[in-house]
Design a protein around this ligand. Sequence first.
Ligand SMILES: CC(C)(COP(=O)(O)OP(=O)(O)OC[C@H]1O[C@@H](n2cnc3c(N)ncnc32)[C@H](O)[C@@H]1OP(=O)(O)O)[C@@H](O)C(=O)NCCC(=O)NCCS
Length: 186
Amino acid sequence: MSNFIEGKRVYLRPFEEEDIITWFDWFNDPEVTLYMNKGVFPNTKQLQEEYFKKLLTSKNDVQLAIVLKENDTLIGAVGIHKIDWIHRNSGISIMIGDKTLWGKGLAEETIAFIVRHAFTKMNLHKVTAGMMAENYGSRKCFEDNGFVLEGMQKEQFFYKDRYVDVYLLGLTRKKWEEDNRRRQKY
Ligand SMILES: CC(C)(COP(=O)(O)OP(=O)(O)OC[C@H]1O[C@@H](n2cnc3c(N)ncnc32)[C@H](O)[C@@H]1OP(=O)(O)O)[C@@H](O)C(=O)NCCC(=O)NCCS
């Protein structure tokens, strides 16, 4: 299997049928789904297989497996979803399913590659991300990639015993290019 996108510590490749066994169970882990709008209904291998099959023909989603380079282990999933080919925007999702690898900068690195893919290969104009206000890690790894807060949905999701706000972040191609130029300058 060739690496679709090659990074420093991770590479991104398409999901394969043999990944389903690892992939589906991340959504049953209460720690992984803590801040996600998931984990209410159990995920099964069959549901994941159906999702996998849908992805094979979808022209509105790019879902990729995140693999650790040092040992070729599948550690997570990153996606460009709900691609709007007219307005040229999409949402980005990320999950590092292997909890032991959190806090090592892998999500930040992965988002950088998927954003570059969205702008330079798919010719999108803008990418967005949304997360529960409590999901500090998610917000930080998007902001570290230049995303800015554009809005907030009050009490959008039910979390534990209360309704919580959702932050809406966005990044235009223009800002991404300016950020890159600035990074190269200094
Ligand atoms: C959110 C998630 C993707 C972050 O992945 P990660 O690989 O741990 O993130 P990174 O290590 O790249 O962290 C990037 C920055 O966020 C910070 N960060 C990460 N997790 C954090 C947390 N729980 N609280 C505060 N800061 C956090 C890191 O310290 C780092 O900051 P720095 O740039 O100042 O060093 C991961 O925790 C995860 O997959 N969670 C479950 C699924 C999920 O919530 N996905 C997002 C749905 S919107």
